[in-house]
Ligand binder design. Structure first.
Ligand code: ADP
Ligand code: MG
Length: 258
């Protein structure tokens, strides 16, 4: 038997996306091996959020496709054509991708515990009791076991974001996407959220993180991608892209954020 490489956790192939005449993603190719951390950098408007939304099938690409753990996202092959999947199949695929937003997006009327337990119950993956038990474990992992009964408004922004991370893990996704998880936080709360994300990385969860936190990228990323004008203009290990960037746009960007 020949040795076979494990399939990539995530593959983005030739993805294009335009809004009207504006090209937002202009041929993006990206491979994320299992267990690795990919950090996406790029100026505002470069297409970072759109790329994450295409991966999660919140947006449909105009061309190209996304493959998660070997499975096409949002479409299936039909002869030599691609056919759109139905709503249920898309929801099932989306449940395999954790998503953490800039603004936490917790359910305000649910307690912290209920926020984390809700999805596995709603999808029928776990019974109420098991989901709550799992939620306690996840809250412990993000350092918030003692706040299970609180409501989101009673927590700091950093705590809310840690709850959002616990919630993103509740469906046991194969990959977790973060869209600027610390940019809505007061500076003194950034560290606690980054250290939770770092803990996930160390534990072997596959992560794609859009962030402007260069120190985090340098320390935690296996792979850094620089997006500009909807194209990946440079990518590689952090020691190369961050410390010896070749492309003028990368140099200019780093000189502004460092
Ligand atoms: P980034 O996250 O890198 O700041 P985005 O992916 O949010 O960039 O946006 C890239 C470009 O696409 C921006 O110019 C933005 O205004 C535009 N854009 C994003 N979403 C939409 C949308 N739903 N409709 C129209 N334009 C959009
Ligand atoms: Mg964005």
């Amino acid at each position: 038997m020949t040795a076979q490489a494990a399939p990539a956790a995530l593959e983005v192939r030739g993805v294009h996306k335009a809004y009207g005449a504006q090209r937002v993603l202009d041929g993006v190719d990206l491979t994320v091996p299992p267990g690795q951390v990919t950090v996406i950098l790029g100026p505002s408007g470069s297409g970072k959020s759109t790329l994450l939304r295409v991966i999660n099938h919140l947006e449909r690409p105009d061309a190209g496709h996304v493959i998660l753990g070997g499975e096409l996202i949002g479409v299936r092959r039909h002869g030599d054509r691609l056919k759109e999947l139905g709503e249920r199949a898309i929801l099932r695929q989306r449940s395999r991708i954790g998503f953490v937003f800039q603004n936490f997006n917790l359910f305000p009327h649910l307690t912290v515990l209920e926020n984390v337990a809700a999805a596995p119950v709603a999808t029928g993956q776990l019974g109420r009791r098991e989901a709550q038990e799992q939620a306690r474990g996840l809250l412990d992992r993000v350092g918030l076991a003692d706040r299970a009964g609180a409501y989101p408004r009673q927590l700091s922004g950093g705590q809310q974001q840690r709850v959002a991370i616990a919630r993103a893990l509740a469906l046991r996704p194969g990959i977790v996407l973060f869209d600027e998880p610390t940019s809505a936080l007061d500076p003194e709360l950034v560290g606690e959220v980054l250290s939770v994300i770092k803990g996930l990385a160390t534990g072997g969860t596959t992560l794609v993180v859009v962030t402007h936190e260069i120190g985090f990228a340098r320390e935690v990323a296996d792979h850094v991608v620089f997006l500009d004008g909807g194209r990946i203009v440079e990518q590689g290990p952090p020691a190369v892209v961050l410390d010896h960037p070749r492309h003028p746009r990368t140099k200019e960007f780093l000189s502004r954020v460092l």
